[in-house]
Design a protein around this ligand. Sequence first.
Ligand SMILES: [Zn+2]
Length: 303
Amino acid sequence: MKTRSLAFSLLFPFVLLTAGSDSHAQDQQTQDGVKVGEMSMFRKLAPAGALENQAALQYNQTMQQAEKQHALGPDNHPQVIRLRAIANKLIPYTLRWNERSKQWKWEINLVGSKQINAYCMPGGKIAFYTGILDTLKLTDDEVAIVMGHEIAHALREHGAERAGKSMVANMGVKLAELVAGAKGYDPNVVGSVASGAANLGMLKFSRDDETEADVVGLDIAARAGYDPRAGIALWQKMGMVNKGAPPQWLSTHPAGTDRIAEIRRHLPEVMPLYAHAKGVDLATIPAYQTNVKNIAPVNYSAR
Ligand SMILES: [Zn+2]
């Protein structure tokens, strides 16, 4: 029995890396706009459905707690209406990134908290904290950039990837047995998915995942008619508030100093999508001007 387990554990990484080329129809559909690599194989260890169910439970609990504390934005709150309107414009452009999103029961809520935070759990459960809207004075374009980024984490299954990686790290041989024996599904796996990602709204992602979420988020926002250049102003605003206490959102979203440069690098791919969505000529689009005086207008000139 021991030697069998060992054999499985030695085999396992090989199986993991070669288990199909994972060619997603949605990757092939992405003929224009941004390009990203294939999704991490690690995410396959955490069954998407199980993770989405777990996220829905956690999300409901969090929103119920917020409601008890009179901190859940009511349906008729202007900011709730605004967030949901922006989400409704973004959601049609999520399908090209993950076909599962067709069945997601999207929820968008506002939590009354000074924390500068926002997240989208697996399965499309979105929360914005009043702190991120108020402190950063987010424009609609900037809300769309934050929301697009968070949605992109869910679409690219970064939570499942993280859960999968921590399962491999924590379980080793035991996991190899499960995968070999249980055809990818076992209630114990579901349990470890939950513990591998204790709070699905507060995951800290890798730099690579952050870059990917930025890029995919820009694509979604641009197609929905939101200015991708707002991403540059957003990170400038983040930098300004970060000089005080570090906002929650920055602690779960490691910020590289090159983040703005990365967004700028992808503008040639997403600005045409934005111009198309707005029905205007790219060459005539004025600079993006945020609502804070000491942030300069963001220009873009097509090459
Ligand atoms: Zn992120």
